[in-house]
Write a protein that binds this ligand. Structure first.
Ligand code: IVH
Length: 671
C-alpha cells in the first residue's frame, strides 16, 4: 500500500475503532462482534508497524498500560472537590428544601431539581487540554489529590480525546471510577478458584485498583467511569442537566436514568422508582443526588464547609442483620480515651462482611442495654461504618454478662480516669499514663495517615517499635534502608520503598502538620481554620503562649479548642517533639493559599440581620474576596456590618471608633 493510502486507511481505522469503542464501553450497545473489532485493531497495528511515522501517542490504540510508577505525584485541584450533605429520610429532604428556599428568598417561585444516581466508587478528576486527556487525579483531601493518570488511561470508558471540540484550553470533568457488579463477580470467581481471599465490595476493589503503582494491575480490573460534573463555565450550559448533556456529547458515559424533576414530590417519586431497580442496577449505588438544577441559583446558594448547599445526597435506608456479640474489647485511642468495641460472629450486611463495630462509649452500651452474648441488630449503609442499633432481649438465655469498663488500662495497666463531658452530658474514660504504648501506637497511626505515608501500616509501625527502630513519630524520618532490610519479611526492595516514601512525604502543609500533631479537639477542619488564619506555625505558637488573644477571634473556634491548643503549645514535651520533627527534616510548605482579592487585609464583623442575604452567604462573599470574618470587635476590625437589630457588637464598635457600615454600603462594596 502506498504511503498516502496507508495514512488514509489508518485515519479511517482509528475513527471507526474509536466509534466502536464508545458504542461498547460508553453506550453499552456494541455495533459489531468482538472478532470484528479485534480484526480492525489488528489491521491498524500492522499498518502502523509498517508506517511508524503515523504513530500518535494520543491515538486510541495507545491505550496501553504504561510503566509502573515509583510513587504517585501530588496534584492540586483548581477547584476544591467537595463532599455532599446526606439526607436519610424524605423529611430531611424537605428540611433541605426549606433551607434552600429561605436562602434564595424571593429569587425564585419554582425550583427544578436534578436527580441522579449516586454511584459507590471513587471520585476522580480528569483534565483535558485542547481536547486531549492529560491528567487524572484522586480526590485526596479535596484540595490535593494524587496523579493516577496512567491507571485511569486503562479505563476504556474514559475518552483519551474528546469527541466534540472540547474547546480550547483546559476542561475538567469529574465523575466516579467504579467496578460493575458483574466484573466483581467474575474476579471473585477467579479468586475462589485460585484460593485467594474474595473482594468484599465493588467500591473497595475500585479504590484499591487505582492505588496500584503498576497500571497493568489496574487494567486487569476492568474498571469503568461515569461522568457527573463539568467544572468549566460554558455560556450555553445553564443547568446541571445541560452539563450532563454536554458531558454525553463530549464522549463520556453519563447515567441515562438521571432526570429533571419539577418539584420535590417528583424527586421523591424518582427516588422511590430507582429503589425498585437498585438491586439489579449494574453498579453499586448508595443513594440519589438531588440538586437545584439552575446553575445561577447553585452559585447563589454556594458552599459551606465541605459541601455545596445546592445538593443533597438522599441515602437509602441502611441494611440490617442480626448477629451475636461474642465479646466486648476495649481500645485505647490516641488521646487515651477508652472505646468499647463489639466483636460479632461475622455477618454479611449491605454487601460486606461485618465482624466488629464500635460502641463509642459506656453511655451507648447503657442506652442499648447491651450484654456480652446478646443477639443484636446491626446496621450498615453503603460506606457507613456498621453500628449496633438494637438488642433483641427476647433472645436472651440468661447466660449474658454485663460489661464493665476496666479499672486499669487494658494495654499498660495505667490508672483509668473518668472525665465529665458536659457538652455531651456524659463521662469518658481515659488512660492517664502519658507513655501508654497503645496511645502511642494510635498516635503513630494517626500521624502517618495524615502524612499519607501509606507504606507504614499499623502492623509495620508496631514492628518498628518492637524492634526499637522508632520510639516516636519523629524517628520515622531518620529510618534508613539498612535499618529495615535485615528485618525478617522485609528485604532490600521493601526497605527501599518505605524509605523513599518517607522521604517524599517530608514536606507538608501547615494545616496537615497541625492536624498530625494530634491536639485534642483539633481535627482536619479546625486545623485548616487555624492554618489559614495564622499562615505560619510561629505565629500560632506565639499567640498560644499569650493565651490565644488572636485565636479567640476566629469564628467557629470555641473555648474547648482554645484551651487545648494553648495547653498543647505550653507543654515542653510537645515543643521538643516539634523541634525534633524539624531537625529530622520535616518541612512545612509555604503558607496556606488564602484567596486574594479586594478585601485582602480587611477584617469584618457581622451583626444583626441582613435583608438581602443570609449571614453565611455574606461571610462567604467576604472570604472569596480575600477578607476575614471575625467574631468580635476589636481595634483591629476594619468594618462592622450592621444589619437590622444589631447586637452589642455595634456598641463596642462605637466605643472603639471602628467604622460601621449598613447593608447598602456593604452591598456596594461587594460590587
Ligand atoms: S455530584 C459535591 N453525582 O458522592 C460533589 N456525586 O458523597 C459533587 N458521587 O465525592 C458530587 N455519584 O464521589 C455527584 N452522580 C453523582 C455521584 C456523586 C457518586 C460521589 C462523589 C462525591 C460523593 C459525595
Amino acid at each position: 500500500m502506498e504511503k498516502s493510502e496507508a495514512k488514509k486507511r489508518i485515519i479511517k481505522l482509528r475513527s471507526e475503532i474509536a466509534r466502536l469503542r464508545s458504542a461498547y464501553h460508553v453506550e453499552n450497545a456494541p455495533g459489531v462482534t468482538d472478532d470484528v473489532y479485534e480484526s480492525l485493531t489488528r489491521e491498524l497495528g500492522d499498518l502502523l508497524s509498517k508506517h511508524p511515522e503515523f504513530n500518535d501517542i494520543n491515538a486510541p490504540e495507545n491505550r496501553v498500560a504504561g510503566k509502573p510508577l515509583d510513587k504517585f505525584v501530588k496534584v492540586e485541584h483548581k477547584v476544591r472537590m467537595l463532599s455532599l450533605n446526606d439526607a436519610f429520610s424524605y423529611e430531611e429532604l424537605y428540611d433541605w428544601e426549606k433551607r434552600v428556599k429561605k436562602l434564595l428568598g424571593g429569587l425564585t417561585a419554582k425550583l427544578d431539581y436534578f436527580c441522579e444516581v449516586k454511584f459507590d466508587g471513587l471520585a476522580v478528576s480528569l483534565i483535558y487540554e485542547n481536547g486531549i486527556f492529560v491528567r487524572g487525579a484522586t480526590r485526596g483531601d479535596g484540595f490535593i489529590g494524587e496523579d493516577i493518570t496512567e491507571n485511569l488511561k486503562t479505563i476504556e470508558s474514559i475518552p483519551l480525546s474528546l469527541t466534540r471540540r472540547g474547546g480550547r484550553g483546559e476542561v475538567e470533568v469529574r465523575g466516579e471510577a467504579l467496578m460493575s457488579k458483574k466484573t466483581l463477580a467474575k474476579l471473585n470467581l477467579q479468586n475462589e478458584k485460585e484460593g485467594r481471599i474474595l473482594f468484599a465490595n465493588t467500591r473497595n476493589v475500585a479504590a484499591g485498583s487505582l492505588r496500584q503503582l503498576d497500571p497493568q494491575l489496574a487494567k486487569e480490573r476492568h474498571l469503568d467511569f461515569v461522568a457527573y460534573d463539568l467544572i468549566e463555565k460554558i455560556p450555553t450550559v445553564q443547568s446541571h442537566s445541560e452539563k450532563h448533556e454536554m458531558l454525553r456529547s463530549l464522549g463520556f458515559k453519563v447515567e441515562k436514568l438521571d432526570a429533571v424533576c419539577g418539584n420535590l414530590e417528583e424527586a421523591i417519586t424518582f427516588i422511590k422508582k430507582f429503589e425498585k431497580v437498585r438491586p439489579d442496577f449494574p453498579y453499586g449505588t448508595d443513594g440519589i443526588v438531588v440538586s437545584v438544577d439552575n446553575l445561577k441559583l447553585q452559585e447563589v446558594l454556594g458552599v459551606v464547609g465541605k459541601a455545596p448547599r445546592y445538593m443533597a445526597a438522599f441515602k437509602y435506608p441502611a441494611e440490617r442483620a442480626t448477629t451475636i456479640v461474642k465479646e466486648i474489647l476495649v481500645n485505647v485511642g490516641r488521646t487515651g480515651v477508652l472505646t468499647p468495641l463489639a466483636v460479632f460472629e461475622p455477618t454479611m450486611v449491605a454487601g460486606s462482611l461485618v465482624g466488629k463495630a464500635t460502641l463509642h462509649n459506656m453511655d451507648q452500651i447503657e442506652r442499648l442495654g447491651l450484654r456480652i452474648g446478646d443477639t443484636v441488630v446491626i446496621e450498615k449503609a453503603g460506606d457507613v461504618i456498621p453500628k449496633v442499633v438494637e438488642v433483641l432481649v427476647r433472645m436472651r438465655t440468661g447466660k449474658e454478662k454485663k460489661f464493665k469498663m476496666p479499672e486499669s488500662c487494658p494495654t499498660c495497666g495505667g490508672k483509668i480516669e473518668k472525665r465529665e463531658l458536659p457538652a455531651q452530658k456524659s463521662v469518658a474514660f481515659y488512660c492517664s499514663n502519658p507513655k501508654c504504648p497503645a496511645k502511642n501506637e494510635r498516635y503513630l497511626e494517626h500521624f502517618v495517615s495524615v502524612f499519607e505515608i501509606y507504606e507504614l501500616g499499623p502492623k509495620i509501625l508496631r514492628r518498628f517499635k518492637d524492634e526499637g527502630l522508632i520510639t516516636d513519630a519523629a524517628d520515622i524520618f531518620t529510618l534508613k534502608k539498612e535499618d529495615i532490610a535485615p528485618l525478617e519479611r522485609f528485604g532490600e526492595k521493601s526497605a527501599e520503598n518505605i524509605v523513599a516514601e518517607i522521604e517524599n512525604k517530608k514536606k507538608i502543609s501547615l494545616s496537615k502538620f497541625l492536624w498530625a500533631l494530634g491536639i485534642l479537639h483539633v481535627g482536619e477542619e479546625t486545623a485548616r481554620d487555624l492554618a489559614i488564619h495564622f499562615g505560619i506555625l510561629e505565629k500560632l505558637m506565639s499567640s498560644a503562649r499569650q493565651d490565644l488573644a488572636e485565636i479567640d477571634n476566629i469564628e467557629n473556634i470555641g473555648p474547648a479548642v482554645l484551651k487545648s491548643v494553648s495547653d498543647f503549645f505550653k507543654d515542653k514535651n510537645n515543643l521538643n517533639f516539634i523541634k525534633k520533627l524539624e531537625k529530622n527534616g520535616v518541612g512545612i510548605e509555604k503558607a496556606e493559599n488564602r484567596k486574594k482579592g479586594k478585601f485582602t487585609g480587611l477584617n469584618f464583623v457581622l451583626t444583626g440581620t441582613l435583608s438581602q442575604m443570609s449571614r453565611e452567604i455574606a461571610k462567604e462573599r467576604i472570604l472569596t474576596l480575600g477578607g476575614k470574618v471575625v467574631g468580635s470587635v476589636s481595634k483591629n476590625t476594619s468594618y462592622v456590618v450592621a444589619g437590622a437589630e444589631p447586637g452589642s457588637k455595634l456598641k463596642t464598635a462605637e466605643k472603639l471608633g471602628v467604622k460601621i457600615i449598613n447593608e447598602k454600603d456593604f452591598l456596594n462594596m461587594l460590587g
